[in-house]
Design a protein around this ligand. Sequence first.
Ligand code: OAD
Length: 250
Amino acid sequence: MDRRSPSETLLRLLGERSALFVLTGAGVSAESGLATFRGPDGLWEGRDPASLATPEAFARDPETVWRFYAWRRRQARRASPNAGHLAIAALERARPQTDGFLLATQNVDGLHERAGSTRMVRLHGSLWRSRCAAEGVEIDDDRDEFDEFPPRCACGGPIRPGVVWFGEALPEAAWALAERGARACAIAIVAGTSSLVYPAAALPDIAKRAGAYVVEINPEHTPLSDWAHERLAGPAGEILPSLVGPEAHR
Ligand code: OAD
């Protein structure tokens, strides 16, 4: 059933400070002004992901790929964390025990970190990292202008964005942590993702099979909507704050 306010069950579980796993996608940054991927105004609308977010595209046309990520760096730099990001950081602070909280995000924009989240894994890498495609060495990198395409590492190898592209494996350690968090939680909150891209989309199912109460926050229906225990149909920036605070922590 679609609802906008949390059920008694969810408020009770939150109030008991039960172990919480949060999975986020582009929708949590929508209210910060960053476009999601799918849907009418999405980044993949009128753009071909295969020409922008694959290793083959980078090998063929590194300039087009880098210009896309440089543009996204500029967008993300101008954006600020919204009430949804801040609420997730507050839910983490309310669970000081190490295994009481984990955030796994598919987002690369850095807004969770800027909102104060620390116990988090980035499943798809970061816009603010780059990697030598030859040596695999990663560096912090916020450049959005380059003298040459692709920019070059000291070793001469091409430097690529530090994100995960279609057809690539997720960072092993990040995935292992996320899977463990999903397995160990009592509540899994899945916010702002279309639940279409695997393996991230498998995490709610892993949590459910391990006995967690699965909550979806999304104004639109997704494949997860059919089997989540609870669906809160609304924007993350409105719904997530309603899970924080005294009324949710009785
Ligand atoms: P999508 O663009 O696929 O889905 C965004 C979801 O957010 C949709 O289900 C929207 O209904 C929902 N949404 C929109 N506004 C919202 C709001 N204010 N509050 C809550 N939800 C809202 O983005 P992801 O699921 O993150 O991968 O996409 C997963 C991966 O596919 C991305 O990491 C990216 C993309 O291609 C790569 O680039 C490899």
